[in-house]
Design a protein around this ligand. Structure first.
Ligand code: SF4
Ligand code: SF4
Length: 376
């Protein structure tokens, strides 16, 4: 008989830290986001996937059998955390087939949903195979504004019904708020609502162009002036965005176009079965209908890791880059150039850096560029 091997028990936080450190060091993929569908019952005004929530595009989406094969490949690759997102996951016609298949494969499942589609039946089915967590978007508690923003009358009432069911269910969930120019005055109400579920409140602010390059979603951005005022009242409240508390100033150590850690331990697969390193990396995608998952990861990581700044731009030597949310794909849509700075992101990065470091800094777009020319 073989020797009995005891697997040590460790707290979840320790397990997660160890796996993240090891996977980053060895470039082992442990996290994946899988968009099951672009279908959604809502049409939020800031939504980047909404252009493909259209019958014309639905035939391109992965079938259930393709998703089953993909789940097997994800397990084989060593993925631990699997985020199922959309669109809205509950709009996928075979959601529970796919979900339960994924559950049986042992992933820690994180579900993204708008919260309006919960029913007693869906809650009961989730209770039999509980996810690791459910993230529900909550951007306003005002009925008229909710329905205006989602462009679907009655959506606020559906959201409240869903939240009542979720509250009673015992399932683990978290509310996510995005602060924008139209809901910034609701901060106190949103905080109180989140805290009423025993959760701590936080928010994110970044918005992205739509997947087809339409930048109208960005008109909902909160102004940097408002962000500064709120930041002074609400220190360190950013949720889900980078923690900048101990970040020093300094020029980037590398000329890589993607300096965010893209291409280390995380992958994103869109509803059409195209893989890349993150949700917002639109251009460098590899079709999983043509190559294996392992091959697609190798190709996408190599491509993204090899992209470099080719000429001088303020981003190349920016000393507040660690406070910045700039994504090169976004710069391509918004500024017409992946290497260009995004002025809004510069303003936000400055505000964050000054409030964290308690110093007055020179704005990245106002620094002299002469001495930098040699770096191109
Ligand atoms: S609920 Fe999500 S996927 Fe649906 S329209 Fe709103 S942002 Fe887009
Ligand atoms: S977008 Fe602005 S803040 Fe961000 S890295 Fe470029 S210059 Fe720096």
């Amino acid at each position: 008989m073989g020797e009995l091997r005891i697997i040590p028990r460790v707290p979840y936080g320790t397990f997660s830290e160890q796996i993240h450190a090891r996977s980053t060091q060895h470039q082992q993929v442990v996290k994946a986001q899988l968009e099951l569908t672009y279908r959604c019952n809502l049409h939020c005004r800031h939504c980047y996937t909404d252009p493909y929530n259209n019958p014309e595009f639905l035939p391109r989406e992965l079938t259930r059998d393709e998703l089953y094969r993909l789940l097997a490949e994800l397990q084989g690759l060593g993925v631990i955390w699997l985020n199922l997102s959309g669109g809205d996951i509950f709009m996928h016609p075979q959601f529970f087939d796919v979900y339960e298949h994924a559950y049986r494969r042992g992933f820690l499942l994180q579900l993204y949903t708008n919260g309006t589609l919960f029913t007693r039946a869906t809650i009961q089915r989730l209770q039999t195979m509980p996810p690791f967590t459910i993230d529900v978007s909550c951007h306003t508690l005002n009925e008229a504004r909710f329905d205006w923003f989602t462009q679907v009358p009655g959506s606020y009432r559906a959201f409240l019904r869903g939240m009542t069911l979720l509250r009673e269910s015992g399932l683990p969930f978290t509310l996510k708020t995005k602060l924008m120019n139209w809901n910034k005055d609701e901060l106190d109400d949103l905080r109180a609502y989140t805290e009423s579920f025993g959760q701590s409140f936080g928010y994110t602010t970044s918005l992205s162009p739509r997947l087809d390059g339409d930048c109208s979603s960005l008109t909902h951005r909160i102004s940097t002036e408002d962000l500064q005022v709120i930041g002074q009242q609400e220190p360190a409240s950013e949720q889900g965005e980078a923690c900048h508390a101990e970040v020093p100033l300094g020029r980037p150590e590398t000329d890589r176009l993607f300096r965010c850690g893209c291409g280390t331990n995380t992958i994103h697969i869109n509803a059409w079965g195209e893989l890349s390193t993150c949700t917002f990396q639109y251009e460098t995608r590899v079709s999983l209908r043509q190559v294996s998952l392992r091959e697609a990861v190798a190709r996408a990581f190599t491509q993204v890791q090899n992209l470099r700044y080719q000429r001088y731009t303020p981003c190349r030597s920016c000393t507040v880059h660690q406070f910045c949310d700039k994504q090169p794909s976004q710069a391509r849509w918004e500024m017409g150039d992946r290497q260009a700075p995004i002025p809004y992101d510069c303003d936000v990065a400055m505000a964050r850096a000054e409030s964290t470091l308690h110093q007055t800094l020179v704005h990245p777009l106002k620094r002299p560029s002469q001495g930098e020319q040699h770096t191109s």
